[in-house]
Structures are given as C-alpha cells and as structure tokens.
Design a protein around this ligand. Structure first.
Ligand code: NAI
Ligand code: ENO
Length: 363
C-alpha cells in the first residue's frame, strides 16, 4: 500500500528527488536536513514540508554514506512504528552498523535500499521528480526484517516510478562493484588523463570521450565514501582490470615502431574490443528488459536557429518516434551531425521521409 506520509532525512539530490516524485503521487512528504539551506531549498522546489512532527509511515534516509547508519538508528528510536529505509550506495556495511547499534525489535523495521539512478551533481538544486522513472531500485532486506516493512519499502520505490529488485545486501554490493563503482573509477582515471593535454588536443573531443567520462564530474566526497564502504567487493574487480590494462600495454609496446611485434599482439587488442562489445551488449534496457537494438541514421543539421526543431517536426509529422539522439559538432563546422535512433521497423520509412523533406541522410 502506498505510504501516506513519508519523512525524507537528507534533502540533497536523491532526497529532494524522492520528495518531488512522491508529492506528484499525492503522498505527504516532510523534510529534514541538518543544513538549513539544504532543507529550505528542497522545500522551495516543492519536495515537501518542513517542521512536521507527526509520525511518518516511512522514513527515507538520504544522507551521505558515512553518517547513514547513525541517522537510521536515530530515526528508528524517534519514530516507534515507522518503517525506516536508507538509499546509500553501499548496503552490507550500513546493515552491519545498524545491527550493532539498535535493539533487535527496532531492526525489524529497517530495510536498506538503493535506487540505481542518480546524477553526477549534488544537492536539491539538481533534483528531478522523474529521476527514478523506469530505473531499478534494489531492496535489501536483512534476515531480521519484518515482511511488512519490506513490502512498504518496495511500494515506496514503485511510487517513485522505479522497478524493484530484492536481494541480500552482500549480493547487492558485489553487483554494484562491477556495474557502478568500477565504472566510476574508470571514468575518473580516463578523464584525469585529459587534464594536462594541450588546448588543441582537447578541442578535438567527440562523443566517445564525452560518453566515457560523463560521471567523472561526480562529487569526490560522496565517491570516496562509496568506494571505501565497498572496498572488499571493488578491489578484486579493479585487480582484473589492472591485469587487462597491463596486457594491452604490453601488446602496444610490441607494436611500436622499433619493435618486431610478437605473434598475437594485434589479437590482444582485437580481443579487448570484442570482449567490450559483448559486455556492453549485456547491459539491460529500461526495467531490466533485454537491450533494444535501435536503427541509427546520421542526419546533417545546418547550424541555424530552429534546424533541429524542423527535424523533430518532420519525424513527428510522419508518426516516427525518436528513441535516442546524439549531436556531434565538429570544431568550427557550420553543420552538426544528429545521430537519430529509431525502432528498426521504421528505419526505411524514416530515411525516405527525411530525404523527401530535403535532409542529407547517411547510414
Ligand atoms: N548521487 C547519486 O547519484 C546517488 C546517491 N545515492 C546515495 O544517496 C545518498 C545521498 O546522496 P546525494 O543525494 O547524491 O547527496 P547530496 O550531497 O546531494 O545530499 C546529501 C544531503 O545529506 C545531508 N546530510 C549531511 N549530513 C547529514 C546527517 N547527519 N543527517 C541528515 N542529512 C545529512 C546534506 O546536508 C545534504 O543535503 C548517499 O548515501 C548516496 O550514496 C544513491 C543513488 C544515486
Ligand atoms: O549518473 C549516473 O548515471 C549514475 O549512475 C549515478 C549514480 C551514482 C551513485 C549510485 O549509487 C547510483 C547511481
């Protein structure tokens, strides 16, 4: 059943986004944050009310990972009947700390969780009410959790628009090491290599480097806490990555101008790219569905006001839905290239419609 009153403690990016999502569903949301600015900002963007002292049905703790367990323990004590969840990116350590702090009876009302959605920005100023729409939200019951509390947290996640997956905290931590924590380190390391290159070199940046480094803009304080909190699960995956990098480095050295490459050096490089394609193809689509293979067309878009709008209109008039869009701008170019993705079944018709409307189209 949808909770009627949810208290959000920690009103930054995730807390305020949860408030916005629940308010849109008609849920009463009360907000608390030790920072007066953070809580006033969340209230001002419409994420909920301040200074409410009625007992909530559910408390969501959306504070930084290193204080989450202490805040969960305080909330369990302050509200004797409320279900308490937290949304920290690491789960086993938080559970162990809560278990060590609270009474067994209180522990029954705690169920950890983690929305697999977020942004590389912090604070309520970056909050979005649709942040969790169609994304996965992991619910991690403890063996001690009351099934009623587990259901309440699953409903909360669904009310925010997410699809829930339920698993033990330790399984969650192993999974996010590979799908979230190591990708963050990889993005940061690749982006750090850009710091000292020349202005001429950085000006050549295209979509590839942007895709690989978007999350490198993340908050260092938050991520230090996340990585330290899941160090045991992250370390072995990083070791495997380091071995792969060493093999690539050796192959590249063999292929250098001075060397006579050993047999297999090109094979190592080809295998890295091919294995990457296989790993990438496994990433699921929305709600964990199988990835959809879209058809993609490249459309030349003149650098003029309204050109992109005309392209969208021409597609809309033909009843063709745009599934994904990327824009490339060459340095000093008078045109951009729009990479337009649609369902494979409408590819041929899209090409005809666009050419008939005078667009220059490439496959
Ligand atoms: N940033 C992201 O993309 C995601 C973050 N998370 C998790 O959500 C939690 C919050 O992260 P963000 O919203 O990104 O951080 P944020 O920095 O935007 O917000 C954190 C808020 O917690 C408040 N806070 C600090 N100490 C507190 C305390 N003792 N009690 C209550 N509130 C306190 C801060 O004043 C701030 O308003 C973290 O545990 C993080 O691991 C989960 C999924 C995605
Ligand atoms: O920016 C993105 O795409 C993210 O994936 C953000 C994110 C950060 C931390 C999490 O625990 C979960 C998601």
């Amino acid at each position: 059943m949808t909770p009627q009153h949810v208290r959000v403690v920690g009103t930054g990016l995730i807390g305020a986004s949860i408030g916005l999502a629940l308010r849109a569903k008609g849920v009463r949301v009360s907000l608390h944050d030790p920072s007066p600015t953070a809580r006033a900002l969340a209230r001002d963007i419409g994420a909920g009310e301040l200074d409410v002292m009625d007992e909530p049905d559910v408390v969501v703790v959306a504070a930084p990972p290193d204080v989450v367990s202490a805040v969960v323990a305080d909330e369990l004590k302050q509200w004797p009947t409320a279900v308490v969840t937290d949304v920290a990116s690491v789960k086993a350590r938080v559970l162990a700390q809560v278990r060590a702090t609270v009474d067994p009876a209180e522990l029954r009302r705690y169920v950890g969780s983690h929305p697999m959605a977020g942004r590389e920005r912090s604070g309520a100023v970056a909050a979005q009410g649709d942040l969790f729409e169609g994304r996965t939200w992991v619910v991690c019951p403890a063996p001690e959790s009351d099934p009623v509390a587990v259901t309440a947290v699953q409903h909360l996640a669904s009310d925010c628009g997410a699809a829930t997956v339920t698993m033990p905290a330790s399984d969650h931590d192993l999974a996010v090491a590979s799908v979230s924590h190591v990708p963050q380190i990889a993005a940061s390391l690749v982006a750090a290599r850009l710091r000292d290159i020349s202005d001429e070199a950085i000006a050549l940046s295209g979509q590839g480097v942007r895709d690989v480094t978007r999350i490198a803009a993340s908050d260092p304080m938050l991520w230090t806490q996340i990585l330290a909190g899941n160090a045991t699960a992250v370390a072995p995956v990083i070791d495997l990555l380091a071995q792969d990098l060493r093999r690539v480095s050796e192959a590249l050295q063999e292929l250098g101008p001075e060397a006579s490459p050993a047999e297999g050096a090109r094979g190592v490089l080809a295998r890295v790219i091919a294995d990457g394609a296989l790993g990438h193809a496994r990433i699921p689509g929305k709600h964990g569905a199988a990835p959809t293979a879209y058809g993609t067309l490249l459309v030349i878009v003149p650098d003029q006001p309204g050109a992109l709008g005309r392209l969208f209109n021409d597609m809309g008039d033909a009843g063709i839905n745009l599934e994904d869009l990327r824009l490339e701008h060459g340095v000093g170019a008078q045109v951009g290239i729009a990479e337009v993705s649609v369902l494979p079944a409408v590819m041929e018709r899209l090409k005809t419609v666009l050419e008939d409307n005078g667009w220059s189209v490439h496959e």
